[in-house]
Ligand binder design. Structure first.
Ligand SMILES: [Zn+2]
Length: 84
């Protein structure tokens, strides 16, 4: 797992120093919600986004790359999602 607050998009290595797995972005489920992040053999590796209430919202954010600005766009995604 990377340091608290560190993400691959801000320069953390995309290979886990503990297990050597090269990680890729995926939707990760946690008790707090769904997020865009990475998993390695050790478990959750990094969190690249905020938390989303549903997997669909997280997938939409990943598809649109909005997650980089999740603080700004989160409301928009929720609006789109609830209208739909
Ligand atoms: Zn690992």
């Amino acid at each position: 797992m990377v340091m608290q607050g560190e993400t691959i998009s801000t320069g953390a290595p995309d290979v886990c120093p503990n297990c050597g797995k090269k990680v890729k972005l995926e939707i990760v489920m946690s008790p707090a919600g769904f997020y865009i992040g990475t998993m390695c053999k050790c478990g959750p590796y990094s969190r690249e986004s905020g938390y989303y209430k549903t997997r669909e919202l997280a997938e939409l954010a990943l598809l649109t790359n909005f997650y980089h600005r999740w603080r700004r766009w989160r409301w928009k995604l929720q609006e789109i999602f609830t209208i739909g």
